[in-house]
Design a protein around this ligand. Sequence first.
Ligand code: SAM
Ligand code: SF4
Ligand code: SF4
Length: 368
Amino acid sequence: MNLIDPPVLADIASRRGVATGGVATATLDTLNRPLRDLRLSVIDQCNFRCTYCMPRETFGADYRFLPSAERLSFEQILKLAKAFALLGVEKIRITGGEPLLRRGLESLIEQLAKLTTGSGKPMELALTTNGSLLAAKARSLRDAGLGRVTVSLDAVDDAIFRRMSDVDMPVSRILDGIEAARAVGLAPLKVNTVIERGVNDSQILPLVRMFKGTGVVVRFIEYMDVGGADGWSNTKVITARETRSIVESAFPLTPVVVHEHTGTAVNYRHADGSGEVGFIASVSQPFCGSCSRARVSADGQLYTCLFATRGTDLRPWLNEAASVEQLAAAVRSQWVQRDDRYSELRSTPRKPASGKAYPTVRMSLVGG
Ligand code: SAM
Ligand code: SF4
Ligand code: SF4
């Protein structure tokens, strides 16, 4: 089914911030950034307590996660995906919390995998996971129609992995998950690593060594001051430039030429041709100028920036009385007002008149 029918397209095209060319549409924000990517969080719970995301002191036994009745149903998530497709989204990433904890996720993936974009191409469907349940689920995810997987892994050393994810689980379980994903053809496979100074910087070279020549691309992410990163400080950030020089001390790299840079990572190729390594300079060289991502939390709040202090409740348009087009119009009305570029303005404190800082949304609620 093509999701865009001509009257809807005409309606969408008639409004500010929307450009059309053929059947493809782009919904533009105030800085001319199109809405292209959607991150859908399907659950706010996680079986890990990564110290930079869900520190146990904050996310302890008495922490109140969303009751399951407050999570969007699969029908509501599918409706959201259709509305975003109308607005020009070409890629959906399922995230969390830990998305593989959401029961029956494969049936949602099966439905999302059937969607087409505004220009009639298949919707790109990806998933970000901590990998703990991937060995068991890789095949069913692939069979359901999932395209790609990104696995978050911060160390290959067992003790460092356990310390950073604060979980009683061997790192071999994540490595088995990565291998299972590779074996069933969930490719290209990426491994995302957050580097925290003095905690896992010793793991930069072992991670590169482990995945060199396997087709898996390791991408190093700068430690960000997102909601949940309670212990963040500037001194704990190792910049992408510094990480790259550590990699290059053992593995010569050459830059990968990109003609249209809309991604977050800058990739380098091993000089001997045995694969790529990526660097995500989210703190030191922000990429707000090309940020085309919207995020919807597991309880249906739309966030137009990872550092947003509040979202827009989409639930009024997620009941049966509202159409997909009405939902799309509600999303569009937010996107066309969007002027977020927090990482570019990081030095500017976000404080209301009271002087107390606004809390940013938790990373585990909106997904990375
Ligand atoms: N649980 C899944 C996982 O870990 O892949 C999906 C959700 S997790 C919030 C998504 C991504 O956010 C992970 O790759 C994680 O490393 C990243 N992340 C969380 N907190 C971060 C922080 N303070 N700085 C940089 N990346 C962070
Ligand atoms: Fe869980 Fe992912 Fe956050 Fe780690 S980064 S605590 S795995 S949601
Ligand atoms: Fe996008 Fe906000 Fe991150 Fe900038 S700070 S890249 S606008 S999510």
